[in-house]
Ligand binder design. Structure first.
Ligand SMILES: Nc1ncnc2c1ncn2[C@@H]1O[C@H](COP(=O)(O)OP(=O)(O)OP(=O)(O)O)[C@@H](O)[C@H]1O
Ligand SMILES: [Mg+2]
Length: 322
């Protein structure tokens, strides 16, 4: 299916395009006036409020045209191996081309609250070693999961849930750009379901738009819950050997409906468990394996596609698909 995800399509590229979070944006713009004085930064706050987006906007605006060459992004799955991180960061910061005119390199450490305190302690040393020509942006959901010595080295920015007016206005802009008709009360409903999480709101908008107009009925029909029938269809396609169709549904569930991979894994497992002719011991081993891989930070789309392929194998004996 490969639909374009609206959360990516409408991700702000410049600080000026960011919705709400005006205190944060204003303070950051202040740093841009004199980039060399910019401290390390810590962004903390709930999901879908613009932390990762703003980190990239800032890099783009501070470092100019070739910003990508001077920006290193590491996320939770990378930071588990702290020695690798040290090497990666050292290599990244080793050569500074003064003639390039860039003030420093930027290292974005996303999902830092997943790091152990040992890893964070190691990170503190790494920051000291490479501070001269680089700035860190540490991103976390809760600031208290970041050890004090790291916090104290950063200017802290607290992100808040987005307010109703800002989210609804953004949803309206997207509807206009996508030429989708909407009812105002449907957008209000999306906001309420989103809990101030713009990613959730936009995903919900796209899921509803797949049914036609944005009406309260369509919003309710696609509101996260009740994806059972899709999961069943996906598994049945896999069992029947139609991997392509099965994967299409998987992508829809992950990217359009924004279903978390752990939920999806549990739903698939519970459906498989209800099928009589499947070797359940073998199935349990497969699921335990994927549970582990996802926990280790494997890409959900890749891991779950592979799971579907393994599920297809389970049916070699000719299972009864209900
Ligand atoms: N303040 C915002 N203004 C405009 N769009 C936003 C804003 N915040 C989030 N979005 C939209 O939501 C998507 C997700 O945002 P982002 O990745 O920045 O969230 P996050 O705060 O890093 O969340 P998480 O804690 O889950 O990583 C973006 O692609 C963008 O479309
Ligand atoms: Mg993020």
């Amino acid at each position: 299916m490969q639909e374009i995800m609206w959360v990516e399509k409408y991700r702000p590229a410049k600080l000026n395009e960011v919705v709400d979070q005006s205190d944060t944006v204003e303070r950051l713009k202040g740093f841009l006036k004199q980039p060399q004085d910019m401290p390390h930064l810590l962004f903390a706050g709930p999901p879908g409020t613009g932390k990762t987006t703003i980190a990239f906007c800032l890099s783009r605006e501070a470092l100019g045209e070739n910003w990508k060459n001077y920006t290193l992004e590491l996320n939770a799955s990378d930071t588990r191996g702290i020695d690798t991180v040290r090497t990666t960061i050292k290599n990244f910061t080793r050569f500074v081309d003064k003639s390039s005119g860039i003030p420093f390199r930027i290292i974005i450490l996303d999902e830092a609250d997943e790091m152990t305190s040992d890893a964070q302690t190691a990170l503190r040393r790494i920051m000291e070693e490479s501070s001269e020509n680089s700035r860190f942006i540490i991103i976390a959901n809760v600031s208290t999961s970041i050890i004090e010595p790291l916090q104290s080295r950063c200017a802290v920015f607290r992100f808040k849930r987005l307010d109703e007016q800002s989210v609804i206005k953004r949803l309206q802009e997207i509807c206009v750009a996508e030429r989708i008709k909407y009812r105002q009360e449907a957008l209000k409903l999306i906001y309420e379901l989103s809990e101030g999480d713009m990613r959730k709101a936009i995903n919900q908008l796209q899921a509803s738009a797949a049914l036609g107009e944005i009406t309260p009925e369509n919003v309710k029909a696609t509101a996260g819950i009740g994806r059972d029938s899709d999961v069943k269809a996906m598994v049945n396609y896999a069992l029947a050997g139609d991997f392509k169709k099965s994967k299409e549904i998987l992508y829809k569930l992950i990217y359009i409906y924004g279903l978390p991979e752990s939920d999806l894994l549990k739903m698939i497992f519970s459906f498989i468990s209800s099928i009589k002719d499947i070797d359940q011991a073998k199935a349990a081993k497969i699921f335990a394996d994927y549970d582990f891989r996802l926990l280790q930070g494997g890409h959900p789309d890749i891991q779950l596609s592979a799971l579907l392929a393994d599920i297809a194998e389970l049916n070699k004996g000719g299972a009864n698909k209900n």
